[in-house]
Design a protein around this ligand. Structure first.
Ligand SMILES: *[C@@H]1O[C@H](CO)[C@@H](O)[C@H](O)[C@H]1NC(C)=O
Ligand SMILES: *[C@@H]1O[C@H](CO)[C@@H](O)[C@H](O)[C@H]1NC(C)=O
Ligand SMILES: *[C@@H]1O[C@H](CO)[C@@H](O)[C@H](O)[C@H]1NC(C)=O
Ligand SMILES: *[C@@H]1O[C@H](CO)[C@@H](O)[C@H](O)[C@H]1NC(C)=O
Length: 611
C-alpha cells in the first residue's frame, strides 16, 4: 500500500510542463501554480551564486509587477558541475517546490533538482534592480491583506498565507512587495540600519525610499497601526564574509546588493558581500534626563527601568547603578523590573532578593548617588516566569529622606491587596490578586501607597503606585510569518492582567477621583493594542507620553526586528496631569549590542504630588 501511494505521488509529480517562464512559475500569488510539477526549458541569466544554489532572472519577462522574474535554483553542486557563472544564460529543467523550514513561515518558491538543458550564452548583464527606482516603493503601512488593517489586531492567526494564498498587491502590502521580488537581484541605495544585528549579523535596514515613522535617531518607530513593512533584513553574505556585529540604530551603510529570499520567517536580502558601516549617529549616548527632583512634593521624580535579570553576581550591576545616577539623576522613586533573587539563576528554593537590592543600593552610593531604601514582595518560587531559578520580580527603590511607605504593612506572596476606605491599602506594599490564573508564569503587580516628607518631617503629599511587568510576548510568530494577523504571544494573558490591574486602580479612583496614581513598568505591549486600550479605558488613567506630548516617533524603549517600539509605559491619574514631565532615556537602544547594559531604555517622569 505504502509503495502504491509513493508510486502515485511520483506519477503526479512528473507531469511535465514545458517552456514555462519564470514569471509563470512564480505566478501572481504567494504559492506557485506549478508547485510539485516538473518543468523544462526554463530560461534565465545567472545573477548570483550562493553556497547551495544560484539565482536566475528570466530572459522572457512579462509586464506584471506581481510576478517575480527571478527564481532560486536549489542544488549545491549545480553551478560547479556545470561550470556556471554570473552572466551565463541557460535553459534548465527541474521540479518546482515550495520550501519552508518551519510550518509557521511563508514558503519560498524554488526550482529544485535542476538539470542543465542548454547553455545559451555567457557574459550577459546581471544588473540589480534598484529598490524604489526600478521597482515601486515598498509599502509603508500594511504587511498583508489578511491582517484586517492592523498587524496587531486581535484575534490573531485568523488566516494563513499558505492557505488563503492571496493575489499579490505589491503597492499596498509589504509582504506582497517583497514576495513579488522573490529571487530578484536588487540594490538598496543609501541604507540605514534600523536595529542592531542579531546574533547571526542579520541587520534590518531601510533604503532611500519613502518611509514613515522615522525617529530622530534615524530608526523607524512603530506608531499607531504602522509597524514598518518598508524594511528588509539583510542576511548572511553569499561570499561567506560576515556582517559586522557592532552596527547600531541609525548607522548609514554602503549600498547593499543581493538577492531577495524568504528564510527563518522573514523576507530577506542575502548580500553578495558583508554590510559596511559608513557613518554612525553622534553622540553615541543620549544626554542625561533633564528631569531633576525638586526634593519636595511639587516636583517628585519617578524612574522606571527593566534592569534585565539583575542578580548579585550580574556583571552589569555596577553599570546599572551608574546609569541610575548619571542618566536618570537618581529619581526619588524607581520602579524596577527583572530583579532576580539572591542567587540569580541558581534553581533552588531561594526567592528572597534583599542581597540583589542591597548590592544595587550600595553600587548606587559608590557611583555617587543617594542611599536608597527598597521594598518588594517575594514571588512564590518558580511561579512568576522569566529565566528558570531567577524568580524575577518588580521592586521599588525610594529615597527615604523624602518619601516613605504610608503605614507599611507588606503582604505575603499570596496575599491579595485590596483598596480599603480612605482610600488606603490592605497591604502596603501588596500584590494584585496573586492567585488569579491570569498571572500564571508572570509577575504580579506591586501596589504601594506613599507619602512625601515635608520640611519638618511632616507628610505633605501622598500617592499610589503600581509597578508592573506583564507576561512576555514569547510564542509570538514572525510579523512576516504565515499566520495573519501574526500571533502576539501571551496577548490573552496580558488582556486579563490589564483588566485586573486597571480594575484595582479604578477602585482607588472611585473612592477618590483626585488620588495621585502612577502605574509604570514593562507592560510588554504597545499602546494601540487591545490589552492596553482596555487598561486605559477601565482604569481611567492617562498615557503619560500623550499627556506630555512626546512626539509619537520618539515614543520607544525597545528595539525588536525592524522597529523601535514602546513596551515600557507610565500612566497617571487626572490629578497628576498638570505640569507633568516625562522622558525616555535611550541608553540601551542607541548603543551597539556589546555596549548595551539592559535591553530596555529607562524613563523618568517629574510630577506634582502635593495634595
Ligand atoms: C525551448 O523553448 C524555445 C522557445 O521558447 C524553443 O525554441 C526550444 O525548442 C525549446 N527547447 C526545448 C529543449 O524544449
Ligand atoms: C568555465 O566557463 C568559463 C566561461 O564562463 C570558461 O572560460 C572556462 O573555460 C570553463 N571551464 C571549463 C572547465 O569548462
Ligand atoms: C536578607 O534577609 C535575611 C532575612 O531577613 C537576613 O538574614 C539577611 O541578613 C538579609 N540580607 C541582606 C543583604 O540584607
Ligand atoms: C495558526 O493556526 C493554525 C490553524 O489554523 C495552526 O496550525 C498554527 O499552528 C497556528 N500558528 C501559530 C504560529 O500558532
Amino acid at each position: 500500500m505504502a509503495s502504491l501511494v509513493r508510486f502515485l505521488s511520483l506519477a503526479a509529480s512528473v507531469a511535465v510542463s514545458s517552456a514555462v517562464t519564470i514569471a509563470e512559475i512564480n505566478g501572481n500569488k504567494f504559492l506557485s501554480p506549478y508547485n510539485g510539477q516538473t518543468v523544462s526549458n526554463v530560461t534565465g541569466i545567472v545573477t548570483a551564486k550562493g553556497p547551495d544554489g544560484i539565482w536566475i532572472r528570466s530572459t522572457k519577462p512579462d509586464r506584471d509587477a506581481r510576478t517575480s522574474e527571478s527564481i532560486y535554483v536549489f542544488g549545491s553542486k549545480f553551478a560547479s558541475t556545470n561550470n556556471l557563472t554570473v552572466g551565463d544564460a541557460i535553459s534548465i529543467g527541474g521540479k518546482i517546490s515550495e520550501y519552508r523550514s518551519s510550518k509557521d513561515y511563508v514558503y519560498l518558491t524554488e526550482l529544485a533538482s535542476p538539470v542543465l538543458e542548454e547553455r545559451l550564452s555567457s557574459g550577459n548583464a546581471a544588473k540589480p534592480l534598484v529598490v524604489g527606482k526600478d521597482t515601486s516603493n515598498p509599502p509603508t503601512q500594511q504587511f498583508s491583506s489578511l491582517d484586517s488593517g492592523f498587524v496587531f489586531a486581535v484575534p490573531n492567526n485568523v488566516s494563513l498565507i499558505s492557505v488563503a494564498n492571496p493575489v499579490l498587491d505589491p503597492k499596498n502590502y509589504g509582504m506582497d512587495f517583497w514576495e513579488s521580488l522573490s529571487g530578484e537581484l536588487v540594490t538598496v541605495r543609501k541604507p540605514t540600519a534600523v536595529n542592531k544585528p542579531n546574533n547571526f549579523g542579520d541587520t534590518w535596514v531601510i533604503g532611500d525610499w519613502k518611509v514613515t515613522g522615522r525617529n530622530g535617531r534615524d530608526g523607524l518607530t512603530q506608531v499607531d497601526k504602522d509597524a514598518n513593512p518598508e524594511t528588509i533584513i539583510i542576511g548572511s553574505p553569499l561570499d561567506g564574509s560576515k556582517n559586522p556585529a557592532t552596527t547600531k540604530l541609525g548607522d548609514d551603510l554602503e549600498d547593499i546588493t543581493g538577492v531577495v529570499t524568504q528564510a527563518f520567517g522573514f523576507y530577506r536580502i542575502l548580500p553578495t558581500t558583508a554590510i559596511k558601516v559608513k557613518k554612525s549617529e553622534k553622540p553615541a549616548l543620549p544626554s542625561a534626563t533633564k528631569l531633576k527632583s525638586d526634593g519636595k512634593c511639587g516636583g517628585i521624580t519617578f524612574g522606571a527601568y527593566n534592569v534585565e535579570n539583575l542578580s548579585p553576581t550580574s556583571s552589569h550591576l555596577p553599570a546599572v547603578a551608574e546609569q541610575i545616577v548619571d542618566y536618570l539623576r537618581s529619581p526619588d522613586v524607581i520602579f524596577l523590573q527583572e530583579v532576580q533573587d539572591n542567587n540569580g539563576e541558581t534553581n533552588d528554593a531561594v526567592v528572597t532578593a534583599n542581597l540583589t537590592l542591597t548590592m544595587l543600593a550600595s553600587a548606587i552610593v559608590a557611583a555617587g548617588g543617594p542611599q536608597y531604601a527598597f521594598t518588594e514582595v517575594d514571588p512564590v518560587d518558580d511561579k512568576d516566569g522569566g529565566a528558570p531559578g531567577g524568580n524575577i520580580r518588580v521592586a521599588y527603590f525610594y529615597r527615604p529622606s523624602l518619601v516613605r511607605l504610608y503605614k507599611p504593612n507588606p503582604g505575603g506572596s499570596l496575599d491579595a491587596n485590596e483598596v480599603l476606605p480612605g482610600p488606603t491599602l490592605k497591604y502596603n506594599p501588596g500584590r494584585i490578586d496573586p492567585t488569579n490564573e491570569a498571572w500564571t508564569a508572570s509577575r504580579k503587580p506591586l501596589v504601594a501607597q506613599w507619602e512625601v516628607l515635608g520640611k519638618k518631617g511632616k507628610p505633605e503629599g501622598t500617592f499610589y503606585t503600581v509597578n508592573v511587568h506583564f507576561g512576555s510576548k514569547g510564542g509570538s510568530s514572525s510579523i512576516q510569518g504565515d499566520a495573519r494577523p501574526p500571533v502576539n504571544g501571551g496577548v490573552e494573558d496580558r488582556q486579563a492582567q490589564a483588566e485586573l490591574t486597571a480594575n484595582f486602580v479604578k477602585d482607588i479612583l472611585t473612592q477618590d477621583k483626585n488620588a495621585h496614581v502612577i502605574t509604570a513598568g514593562d507592560y510588554n505591549e504597545f499602546i494601540a493594542v487591545a490589552p492596553l486600550t482596555s487598561y486605559v479605558s477601565i482604569s481611567g488613567l492617562n498615557d503619560l507620553d500623550a499627556v506630555v506630548g512626546i512626539k509619537p516617533v520618539e515614543r520607544y524603549t525597545y528595539l525588536f526586528d525592524m522597529q523601535a517600539q514602546q513596551l515600557d509605559h507610565m500612566f497617571i491619574s487626572d490629578s497628576l496631569k498638570k505640569g507633568a514631565k516625562y522622558e525616555h532615556v535611550h541608553i540601551s537602544t542607541w548603543v551597539d549590542r556589546a555596549s548595551q547594559i539592559s535591553d530596555h531604555d529607562p524613563s523618568v517622569a517629574k510630577l506634582d504630588v502635593c495634595s
